[in-house]
Design a protein around this ligand. Structure first.
Ligand SMILES: [Zn+2]
Ligand SMILES: [Zn+2]
Length: 265
């Protein structure tokens, strides 16, 4: 089986205009067996007008129509924007729809936004990053209705700081508990390649974290481009695969009906 990109946004995401049809046409050319979309369902924002939740009845209806028209099976994934205040709504949503795969991400925290910067107010760089990892820990400890944690350390993409770099050792204790909790609960992490084509020129999470995950016994890992444009489908995929191989991983995971299956890299 051909491995496919496990983090893909379409025009249904508030921050993407990518055409579903174009993904399907290209997917056919790539000889994919199926395609999976993981649009944003951001429960953790107060800006309801800015980030409307997707109507999944309509979403699934449209996807069914398109898979028939283009003769390429579509699997329904979702990228949940988690905030603990919305845990109940998230579980209700996930119980209601036939979802194949759930990425749990933190995009907001303490009522603040990463992208427009309010999260970073009155926090220095270290405090911001620490708080972000605390939010991730809070999520993996209290929420089990997900398959992989999205872009585990991408907080460094945002913030008003001159230096946005971070060292694993600075947050080792927190990151280690996060990884151990993920492993203990039989969940996974994603290798997100979006940073390779943006300012940071690195994958999320960084290599040291992926090494540590492996050391601690972690094996469930997906690869996702986090494409918001059609041309980014599968971007960085080959690099990601060879990196995982070099770190000693020999399987990657795909998900169907919320069940992870491993295939050789
Ligand atoms: Zn995200
Ligand atoms: Zn995403």
């Amino acid at each position: 089986m051909k491995y496919i990109d496990h983090h893909v946004h379409t025009r249904y995401s508030f921050d993407s205009e990518a055409s579903i049809e174009e993904y399907l046409i290209n997917g056919k050319k790539m000889d994919l067996e199926y395609i999976i979309f993981t649009d944003h369902q951001d429960f953790g924002t107060n800006e309801k007008n800015y980030v409307p939740l997707i109507d999944y009845d309509e979403y699934i209806h449209t996807m069914k129509k398109l898979e028939k028209r283009y003769q390429l099976p579509i699997k329904i994934g979702v990228e949940i924007g988690y905030e603990k205040e919305h845990k109940g709504e998230i579980s209700n949503f996930l119980n209601k729809y036939p979802i194949d795969f759930v990425i749990a991400s933190i995009h907001y925290g303490d009522g603040g936004d990463f992208y427009e910067g309010s999260f970073f107010k009155e926090k220095n760089r270290k405090e911001s990053y620490r708080r972000y990892f605390e939010l991730i820990l809070e999520m993996v400890e209290n929420f089990q209705d997900y398959d992989v944690v999205g872009h585990l350390d991408f907080i460094t993409r945002y913030g008003p700081f001159k230096e946005r770099y971070y060292e694993y050792v600075e947050y080792k204790e927190l990151i280690d508990i996060i990884l151990k909790t993920i492993i203990k609960n039989n969940k996974g992490v994603e290798l997100n390649t979006s940073g390779l084509r943006q300012g940071e020129k690195r994958i999320y999470p960084k290599i040291e974290v992926l090494k540590r995950y492996k050391e601690l016994g972690g094996s469930v890992i997906t690869i996702g481009s986090d494409a918001h444009f059609n041309q980014d489908y599968c971007a960085g995929y080959k690099e990601a695969k060879s990196l995982l191989k070099s770190l000693g991983y020999n399987k990657i995971y795909y998900f169907e009906n919320r069940i992870g299956k491993a295939i050789d890299i």
